[in-house]
Write a protein that binds this ligand. Structure first.
Ligand code: ADP
Ligand code: MG
Length: 626
């Protein structure tokens, strides 16, 4: 910026020597102008004084002499006045000097007239006219010390010839009076000279100062003008630059918005693309399985086909839960899980199948039972995501170690102090640069191009956070990565959730269950399942209908309701209403998505999609809780 600036700032203003010297001609011109300015008064005073002297001495002095002298003095006065009228203060310096000389000559002639007059008109025997002459010439000299002080030569030209003859005349007289007069006139002449010189200095100095002031004022004006000009220039530059910056900022914001919009669209595209792809695969499995069941005469394969369909449907359920976890929604379910058992089962099936033979898997699981309260399916997904990342980081294979243990966190951790289980997944793969580590939890951040979704670690993060835990990553580029998933531990004797594969199905004893669900297919099939489990089932499609049925069917022993339902009253409000109207009547809430709905104590939740065993277990528990 500084280097770009071409604005010239004015030099600082100060009193420098050039200001004084260069104006001496102007000061001289001003002095001569002042001289001529006083001229008319001087000439008039000369004539008036001459008339008075002539009149006073009329009877004592030869009248011819008096008249000649008066005529000469008056003529000179008029001549000088005429001359002065031609004075032009603006002529060239040479002319100004000429005018100065003319005035000086005039003053000298005037001085000579007065000096000569005093000499001629001096009355040796009579002191009165002598005193008059001394007084008049002294007064005129005193006047000259101010009226001609601006030009000392003119002053001297008058003073010396005017006063010197009179002093000489007194001195030549010889008596004490005349000596006294000569001395006093001499002293007076010296004094008047001093006064004239002082006046001259003062005048010259004041003229000079007025010129210096003019110059300084002019310079100040220039400087001010310069300053104003430079200020204006600066303001212009600032304005220009601001506009330029504003244009750049706007352009950048537009670009950023476009980029963000593009990224968002790309992200949404990836997500919907990925989800659609997965769901279509799962639905293909289910639809083909159903067709197969309908048309295939070979009923031996029935179990196998059903198993495929069920697995596909459950994977679909897991997928939606992952999506909810990824979008940081509340998990719909928390069940008591043994993490050691879960890890053991996974490493022998799911994880094993996901890894190529080149990856050497080692697993370390404690023998003693552990308990955590999480969504088991999501935990499986999270661990699988970590394993898949480790596999991708070791394209040529290598050691992969998975470990589970119990640890105690102190107050210094970011999550509350207490006992946690820690899953560790360590690989010897390519590792990550710190800049990558900083971003791995960002949704859609991937270094795998089209091969990655960037949702794996984001899901793990969301799951850990929702489960009251934490995920930590340590990675060294070129040597490997270790991911730690911490989940809060609960009392190790808490009863486990029934395992769908292994649990025994608890059947009902013809208790009546009210099934509340707005989706007709879901309602019919659930009612079918409920009946299949040994219960009687009544159906309602809204909360209001459910309350009506409760009024007309006192045999209803349990209400199973969807949470999210249209019509102003959802499952949670219905549960409250049932507690108020039918205290003690058990309620089970089922939902695939229950964000923002508060938990109600004593009302268990069942996550959709659920297995038959889970449905049986929750109905049984709800009925036999008290
Ligand atoms: P994706 O696997 O689809 O890329 P993830 O969220 O699972 O998405 O991972 C994000 C990124 O984090 C990966 O693209 C990879 O760059 C990095 N990453 C994750 N785990 C590891 C690992 N074990 N070793 C090296 N890099 C990893
Ligand atoms: Mg991944």
């Amino acid at each position: 910026m500084a280097s770009e600036s071409s604005t010239r700032l004015p030099a600082p203003i100060g009193f420098d020597s050039t200001v004084g010297e260069q104006h001496e001609p102007a000061v001289f011109r001003q002095a001569i102008q002042t001289l001529y300015c006083h001229g008319p008064k001087v000439f008039a005073a000369n004539v008036v004084n001459a008339v008075v002297v002539t009149a006073v001495l009329w009877s004592q002095v030869d009248r011819d002499i008096l008249l000649v002298w008066l005529a000469a003095t008056a003529t000179l006065g008029v001549a000088r006045a005429g001359l002065a009228r031609g004075f032009d203060p603006n002529g060239p310096p040479r002319r100004v000097r000429q005018w100065a000389r003319r005035f000086t000559i005039g003053a000298a002639l005037s001085g000579v007239l007065w000096g000569a007059g005093a000499f001629v008109m001096f009355t040796p025997g009579d002191p009165a006219p002598q005193v008059l002459l001394a007084f008049t010439i002294g007064g005129m000299s005193a006047g000259a010390s101010s009226s001609t002080a601006s030009h000392l030569p003119a002053f001297y030209a008058f003073l010396v010839p005017a006063i010197a003859p009179l002093i000489a005349r007194f001195a030549s007289g010889g008596d004490a009076f005349q000596w006294g007069m000569a001395t006093m006139l001499g002293l007076f002449a010296v004094l008047v000279t001093m006064i004239g010189r002082t006046n001259n200095r003062t005048m010259t100095e004041s003229h000079r100062l007025s010129f210096v002031n003019d110059v300084l004022v002019a310079r100040l004006c220039d400087a001010h003008g310069d300053l104003e000009a430079s200020n204006t220039a600066l303001e212009l530059r600032v304005k220009e630059r601001t506009q330029q910056l504003e244009r750049q900022t706007t352009a950048r914001h537009t670009a950023e918005r476009q980029l963000a919009r593009g990224q968002k669209l790309e992200a949404v595209g990836r997500l919907t693309g990925g989800v659609a792809h997965d769901f279509n695969n799962l639905l293909t499995v289910i639809v083909s399985a159903l067709d197969e069941l309908e048309h295939s005469p070979n009923l031996d394969r029935r179990g196998e086909v059903l198993d495929h369909a069920r697995q596909a449907a459950l994977r679909g359920g897991s997928l939606t839960r992952s999506l909810l976890a990824f979008s940081r929604r509340k998990p719909v379910v928390r069940e008591v899980v043994d993490p050691a058992d879960l890890l053991r089962r996974m490493t022998t099936s799911m994880i094993r199948r996901a890894l190529p033979a080149s990856v050497e898997l080692t697993v370390q699981v404690p023998d003693k039972p552990l308990r955590i309260e999480v969504d088991g399916t999501q935990l499986e997904t999270a661990l699988l995501n970590l394993v898949l990342n480790a596999r991708d980081a070791m394209p040529r294979g290598g050691p992969l170690h998975i470990e589970l243990h119990s640890i105690v966190l102190g107050e210094d951790a970011e999550i509350p102090a207490g006992r946690y289980v820690e899953f560790r997944v360590c690989d010897r793969g390519e590792g990550m640069a710190p800049a990558v580590v900083d971003r791995v939890f960002d949704p859609f951040f991937t270094t795998k191009g089209d091969g990655g979704t960037g949702l794996g670690l984001s899901m793990v993060y969301g799951f850990a956070e929702q489960s009251g835990g934490e995920v930590r990553i340590e990675s060294v580029q070129g040597s490997g990565t270790s991911v730690r998933l911490l989940l809060p531990q609960i009392a190790s004797d808490a009863p486990l959730a029934p395992s769908p594969e292994t649990g025994t199905i608890r059947r009902g004893r013809e208790e009546t269950v009210l099934e509340v669900e707005d989706d007709e297919s879901v309602r019919h099939l659930t009612a079918m399942s409920v009946r299949g489990l040994g219960y009687l089932a009544i159906e309602a499609s809204t909360a209001v209908e459910a309350l009506n049925k409760l009024g007309s069917h006192p045999e209803i022993a349990l209400v199973m309701s969807d949470i999210v339902m249209p019509g102003g009253m959802d499952g949670v409000s219905l549960a409250h209403e049932i507690h108020r109207l039918h205290p003690g009547l058990p309620v089970v809430l089922a939902s695939g998505y229950s964000e923002g709905t508060p938990d109600i104590s004593g009302v268990p939740r069942l996550a959709k999609p659920y297995r038959r065993a889970a449905l049986a277990e929750s109905l049984h528990r709800a009925l036999h809780a008290s």
